[in-house]
Design a protein around this ligand. Structure first.
Ligand code: NZQ
Ligand code: ZN
Length: 385
């Protein structure tokens, strides 16, 4: 195993009425003005907004609203939030939403405390922000696990880049599965597939021998697959949903990554697809994963074969490693179809895009078993059309 240090900065309050039970005590520790950050009107329709505003008022807070955070948040939106935070002298940010709101606020919290442009700081000067406005997250859409890590995925529209920007960890995250009950079913499924993708991308990294982190990871993948199926049968069932809310956090909070260098090549490709098309993240991953994995044969056969047997229940008896690897990719493709996710870019309504530019601008990752060339990534994208 590689060396690692373990300590966790984000306190998680999981379960029914987690906000009502825990927010007042958390708010007692914060400054007077709280930025209430959210996306569109979903939290107004489902009552979460009224509930949280009630708790904030009860705690005697001044509320500065930062609204309209879009899916795939832009750098321009980050700057708008940072300006507002400075102007209103915000002492605490309460981010309410899915990965987009939660990510956007991570960088708002950094930008509001720095006069240097954060993008420039991280990508040109290779420095990271050190000062942040403290924050709490209330998760209303699960999948990304963004509430328990400090990376934010932000689209810089002028540069045509969707990059991971390093921000702050949330002091706490409220995970009440009940808050997710009004999510549209297509978002539920694409979010849950994103969680499966995070687990697979971590698993595919190195070391590639059987290890403790990967064995927890296999269990996480089995759990996500089983609970997506259960939720499709009965979307109102709280049990599979609550399992998925926690599995999503676990898949991207770093615990599966201990001692590993992760792969995440599919994510890097999807992020650039997102930069050019503003597509839904989980749906983009669903299209790209099987195609990219086909191009990782034979290099990744050993891990694919293990996934076939340990996650997808394929009997290894009498099968070669190459046959098992094929079975894994078939099982994954079949599952994507079974749960109603798209299998082509055309199905996602994506046409006439500069595939070459997407391939070229995609970050290559250290952990990927295969080092993709621009031409190979372009071939993957062309097969996805
Ligand atoms: O804007 P509103 O009206 O709130 O509607 C949202 C949005 O349209 C809706 N929604 C959220 N909670 C709801 C609800 N609708 C009804 N009831 C509720 N309870 O859901 C829609 C999608 O929300 P969004 O936050 O965009 O989705 P998601 O959580 O999938 O986040 C996607 C973003 O996260 C990034 C992605 O790249 C993308 O930008 N990621 C962040 C990661 C991280 N920081 O760790 C990891 C991921 O790999 C990912 O890249
Ligand atoms: Zn993801």
């Amino acid at each position: 195993m590689n060396s690692f240090t373990y300590s966790y900065p984000t306190k998680v309050y999981f379960g029914e009425k987690a906000a009502t039970k825990n927010l007042p005590a958390e708010l007692a520790k914060t400054g007077k003005t709280v930025m209430l950050a959210y996306g569109g009107d979903s939290i107004k329709k489902n009552g979460i907004y009224d509930e949280l505003v009630g708790i904030l008022k009860e705690a005697g807070k001044e509320i500065a609203e930062f609204t309209g955070i879009m899916s795939n948040p832009t750098y321009v939106k980050v700057q708008e939030g940072a300006r507002l935070a400075k102007e209103k002298n915000v002492g605490f940010i309460l981010a309410v939403g899915g990965g987009s709101v939660i990510d956007c606020c991570k960088i708002v919290s950094a930008q509001a405390k720095s006069d240097t442009d954060i993008w420039k700081m991280e990508f040109d000067e290779h420095r990271f922000p050190m000062a942040f406005i403290p924050m709490g997250a209330v998760v209303t859409a699960f999948g990304t696990g963004a509430e328990m890590n400090c990376g934010a995925v932000i689209t810089h529209e002028e540069k045509n880049l969707k990059n991971g920007v390093m921000g702050a960890f949330y002091d706490f995250a409220i995970l009440d599965p009940e808050y997710t009950m009004t999510m549209p079913m297509n978002q539920v499924i694409s979010g849950a597939f994103d969680s499966l993708s995070h687990s697979m991308e971590t698993y595919m990294g190195s070391p590639r021998e059987v290890n403790y982190s990967d064995e927890i990871n296999e269990a996480t993948q089995r759990n996500i697959i089983r609970n997506i199926r259960a939720m499709l049968i009965n979307p109102a069932d709280r049990q599979p949903r609550s399992e998925l809310v926690w599995a999503a956090a676990m898949a991207e909070n770093g615990i599966l990554k201990f001692g590993k260098v992760t792969d995440f090549q599919c994510h890097m490709l999807e992020h650039q697809l997102g930069a050019y098309t503003d597509c839904n993240h989980g749906r983009g991953l669903a299209v790209l994963h099987p195609m990219l994995y086909r191009h990782m044969i034979p290099e990744a056969n050993r891990q694919f074969a293990r996934l076939a047997a340990e996650v997808w229940g394929v009997s290894p008896d009498g099968k070669s490693e190459a046959e098992l690897a094929e079975s894994f990719i078939t099982a994954l493709s079949d599952f994507i179809k079974e749960i109603g996710l798209p299998t082509t870019l055309t199905e996602m309504g994506i046409a006439d895009i500069d595939l070459e530019a997407i391939a070229k601008s995609t970050i290559r990752t250290d952990g990927c078993v295969k080092k993709f060339t621009d031409e190979e990534l372009l071939a993957v994208l062309k097969e996805c059309i």
